[in-house]
Write a protein that binds this ligand. Structure first.
Ligand SMILES: *Cc1c(COP(=O)(O)O)cnc(C)c1O
Length: 226
């Protein structure tokens, strides 16, 4: 199938999954994961109406984003080194992978210098996997408190990359866990955390059933990456 067909079938799948879960389909947004894809392909999606894109490398994004029409919403979704915070602030609207204080403080400093505010999500390692980024679930409350004190960062919610499960049903407990952590933080901190970024190509329907508001999809749109 072509990219446009993929786009419409993924969008339709998201709408159906939301309806099945009794949710308003407009409460779930598609984030097109455009890492390793050429700008021409991104422009095909742009012409279909897609505006939200995700990249996981600053070096790649800074050459790609200028080749796109302005007015898109760019999310940084990869592990972010502190020394890349300056460029991340320059190029991205949302950093989804804030998982530690030194990174948050550097983003604050760079946003201050740039005279900007930056939206962030806190990444939580819901599967407790050693190789993955994200703060430990039991540290999320403390991180939330401290990041919320940073005036240039606007915390909008949480993000997770759960362990891969062949059967997406088996990823459900991880999606549920992220939602529960969010619900708990909203209560304990008295703050609104509307965004839950969770679910990828093969498991986003389950993530939507558990409350995802942003699904990050690459392969189902573009096919396998190079
Ligand atoms: C690559 C990537 C995705 C997209 O994965 P697909 O399986 O290709 O949909 C989603 N989230 C993050 C953080 C990624 O790095």
């Amino acid at each position: 199938m072509g990219l446009e067909e993929n786009y419409y079938s993924v969008s339709e799948g998201i709408r159906k999954a939301a309806e099945k879960a009794g949710r308003d389909p407009s409460s779930v947004r598609l984030l097109a994961v455009s890492k390793k894809q050429d700008p021409e392909k991104l422009r095909v999606l742009w012409n279909c109406g897609q505006r939200v894109f995700g990249e996981n490398r600053v070096q790649e994004a800074r050459t790609k984003i200028p080749e796109m029409p302005s007015g898109g919403e760019w999310h940084f979704i990869g592990g972010l080194q502190t020394n890349k915070a300056k460029e991340a602030v320059e190029w991205f609207d949302v950093v989804e992978s804030v998982d530690r204080m030194d990174l948050a403080e550097e983003l604050q400093k760079r946003a201050e210098i740039a005279g900007k505010k930056i939206r962030v999500l806190l990444e939580v390692n819901v599967g407790g996997e050693a190789a993955k980024h994200g703060c430990r679930p039991e540290k999320a409350g403390d991180l939330m408190k401290r990041v919320r004190a940073l005036t240039r960062l606007e915390v909008q919610g949480l993000m997770a990359i759960p362990p891969f499960r062949e059967d997406p049903e088996n990823a459900r407990p991880f999606f549920r866990k992220l939602r529960e952590i969010r619900d708990h933080l909203e209560q304990s901190e008295g703050v609104a955390l509307p965004e839950l970024s969770m679910g990828m190509s093969h498991d986003h329907a389950v993530a939507i059933a558990e409350g995802a508001t942003l699904v990050r999809i690459g392969t189902a749109l573009f096919g396998p990456r190079k």
